[in-house]
Design a protein around this ligand. Structure first.
Ligand code: MIC
Ligand code: SF4
Length: 648
């Protein structure tokens, strides 16, 4: 192993190219991939278009966890396609009901020191077991399955030194909420986070995974814990002790920045509406009435989390004004809760049990009533993500969520009048991999099932000679991918780009006025290009490449913003959309919807990092602005071709 931090060691073992200087382009070998159904159909259509045959990774797994409701044939059609395409390409298939990709991958497949690329932004959950687990768009994951290295900027490393030990009632979720209060969701592009220090040993793998999972909300490339005795104990309890290796930072390892957190000083916290970094202490919210509590999601639905919840609910009743909904993270978790009687304690208390999957976290049911408070153990509370406009969604630990379910209001669990439930990490988990289907022995013989709702891979047009752009929308700070390409009720159209594209920026549509989709496609049909103007942190949140594919389909050719987040930026390049940033951020204020943006000789301009554009106001006034195009040489080739699938 190389010297340095855990991150530097994993990178050194996987580096295919790059100087190793932070900020410089690098490419790494990918050992494992994962996909989920909502991003997976497109990723596999793209993989098929590449004609690769059997995947070249050590392990690739296709999960079904997002689109499970089956309201209409779209979702089951996707499931049939995914199962058959996996069998035909050497990919394992985790069936609907087996659990959330990140939870199952941690339990059954994660290996310390390996790289994992997943078409879901919470793939860094694997950092809890000492993997370098990175979220990316479906096309980048398809390329990794085809054996291509993953391109990224060599990271700056933020070290978070943990000391002390969490008090009872204070949870791993409170650690990451604390980190979010320090680093916020903005300005961390190009960084990775590494946890170190004596406090690490006090946290189990599921607790560490909660922390690395929600590290996605920081906008960093990934977060990683060392692999130590706790990691070994977890892997042994999963019957996989043989894959354990020790992986810790050297004593003289250097971080670009160090943040100190004394775990013993933390207290229960909440991310308030409507951003994961809008942090308050639960004590500050104490007394606020709560109508709905949901415990689940890839952040907080482990056997540990739900055992604590069961212990809190045992012999008690959910408050009459609260609907308590619980979605176990995996079938392993549910089976163990059922076997040891904890599920009975949960049910007796009056909780509603949902299937093992993403469910309400991605707006698949359980939308809150208008004007009510919903308390969730999830990782995102972007406006409207729950399916209710104007939602009041708070993100907390299972302990805080359960306290609210019992009392009907925000209550610091530290003030409860009963003892913290006793929990010991199991010496052995119940292992039953029967819902993970192996790939076919004879892949060539598998018939890939394509029902009529399975579309075609996206088709991108080469870069035009000049940009004759029209600003179709101007957004503010922190525009999330949920704003750009909502999930919820639209999620079932993930395999059908023309249909899904109608929902781009749906939350901004005003009844009786042309929708964003209509305005953009009118620009496209007039032979011009649609342009989106954004502010800081444009495109934060999910890895859904649909947030690039659907705008591209509608004719969007450029996004101009003050800063663009990592995953959407890569997805935009993959689908031929220029990720431009203002050289002078004050120019954001000078540009408005319906202005035109022209770049002469565009094919030449994209070879440069500084580009001059002319903005024309509808009234005739015009001025020049300077834009940056900070991309690699390879990206310039892709942009010129109009997208990655056009580059052979
Ligand atoms: C999410 O949490 O937003 C999702 C749904 O898991 C997304 C992926 C998707 O949009 O399919 C993510 O986090 O990448
Ligand atoms: Fe699923 Fe929610 Fe996790 Fe995304 S954040 S993978 S929707 S549970």
């Amino acid at each position: 192993m190389a010297k340095g931090t855990v991150i530097q060691k994993i990178l050194a073992n996987h580096l295919v190219s790059g100087s190793g200087v932070p900020g410089d382009p690098a490419a790494i070998r990918i050992d494992q991939t994962l996909t989920q159904d909502a991003t997976g159909t497109m990723a596999y259509l793209e993989l098929e278009a590449m004609g690769t045959g059997k995947v070249k990774t050590e392990l690739s797994v296709s999960y079904v966890d997002h689109n499970m409701l089956q309201m209409g044939p779209e979702n089951p059609n996707d499931h049939l396609y995914l199962q058959s395409v996996a069998a035909a390409h050497g990919i394992r298939f985790s069936r609907p009901g087996n659990g959330i990709c990140h939870q199952v991958h941690l339990e059954r497949f994660g290996v310390p020191g390996k790289t994992l690329l997943g078409s879901d932004s919470h793939t860094p959950t694997g950092g809890g077991i000492g993997m370098m687990a990175i979220g990316a768009g479906g096309l980048d994951v398809a390329l990794a399955m085809a054996g291509k290295p993953f391109r990224l900027a060599y990271p700056k490393i933020i070290g978070i030194r943990l000391t002390g030990k969490l008090r009872p009632w204070v949870a791993a979720k409170d650690i990451i909420l604390k980190v979010l209060s320090i680093l916020t969701t903005k300005g961390n592009v190009g960084c990775m986070v590494e946890y170190f220090g004596p406090g690490v040993a006090t946290l189990s793998v599921p607790q560490r995974a909660t922390v690395t999972n929600m590290g996605a909300e920081l906008g960093v490339t990934t977060s990683v814990f060392p692999s130590d005795a706790s990691t070994r104990a977890f892997l042994e309890a999963q019957g996989r002790g043989s894959v354990w290796t020790e992986l810790v930072a050297d004593a003289d390892a250097e971080y670009d920045r160090v943040i100190d957190i004394d775990l013993s000083t933390l207290e229960p916290m909440a991310a308030c509406p409507s951003s994961p970094d809008n942090i308050k202490t639960v004590a500050e919210l104490s007394g606020m009435k709560v109508n709905q509590v949901i415990i689940g999601s890839c952040t907080n639905s482990s056997y540990r989390d739900l055992s604590i919840v069961a212990g809190m609910l045992k012999g008690r009743k959910v408050h009459p004004n609260v609907s308590l909904d619980i979605a176990p993270g995996s079938r392993q978790v549910l089976a163990m809760l059922a076997a040891d009687g904890k599920l009975a304690d949960i049910v007796s208390a009056g909780a509603r049990i949902l299937e093992c999957g993403c469910g309400p976290c991605i707006g698949q049911g359980q939308s809150p009533a208008n004007g009510t408070v919903t308390v969730r153990t999830f990782n995102r509370n972007f406006p409207g993500r729950s399916g209710t406009k104007g939602d009041q969604s708070y993100l907390v630990s299972p302990e805080t969520a359960c306290a609210a379910a019992l009392t009907g209001e925000f209550t610091s669990p530290l003030t409860l009048d009963f003892a913290y439930p006793v929990f010991e990490d199991p010496k052995s988990f119940t292992v039953d991999d029967s819902m993970i289907l192996p790939p076919a022995d004879d892949p060539a013989s598998v018939e890939i099932i394509r029902k009529p709702t399975i579309g075609a891979p996206p088709n991108c047009k080469p870069l035009p000679e000049k940009l004759d752009g029209v600003v179709v929308i101007k957004t503010g700070d922190k525009t999330s991918t949920d704003d750009i390409m909502p999930a919820g009720a639209y999620l079932k159209y993930r395999s059908n780009i023309p249909e899904y594209a109608k929902a781009v920026f749906a939350q901004t549509n005003v009844p009786g006025k042309p929708t964003f989709a209509e305005r953009a496609s009118a620009v496209r049909d007039s032979g011009r290009q649609a342009v989106i103007v954004g502010r800081d942190s444009f495109g934060q949140g999910s890895s859904r490449e649909h947030a690039a594919i659907c705008p591209m389909y509608l004719g969007v050719k450029a996004v101009i913003a003050i800063a663009i987040e990592r995953i959407i930026r890569a997805n935009m390049i993959n689908f031929g959309i220029l990720p431009l940033t203002f050289a002078n951020p004050a120019d954001y204020d000078r540009i408005d919807p319906e202005d035109t943006v022209e770049i002469a000789d565009l094919r030449k301009a994209v070879q440069e990092s500084s580009i001059t554009a002319t903005v024309k106001k509808p009234g005739g006034e015009s001025f020049q602005i300077q834009l940056n195009l900070n991309v690699s040489d390879e990206d310039r080739v892709i942009l010129t071709a109009g997208g990655r699938l056009n580059v052979k």
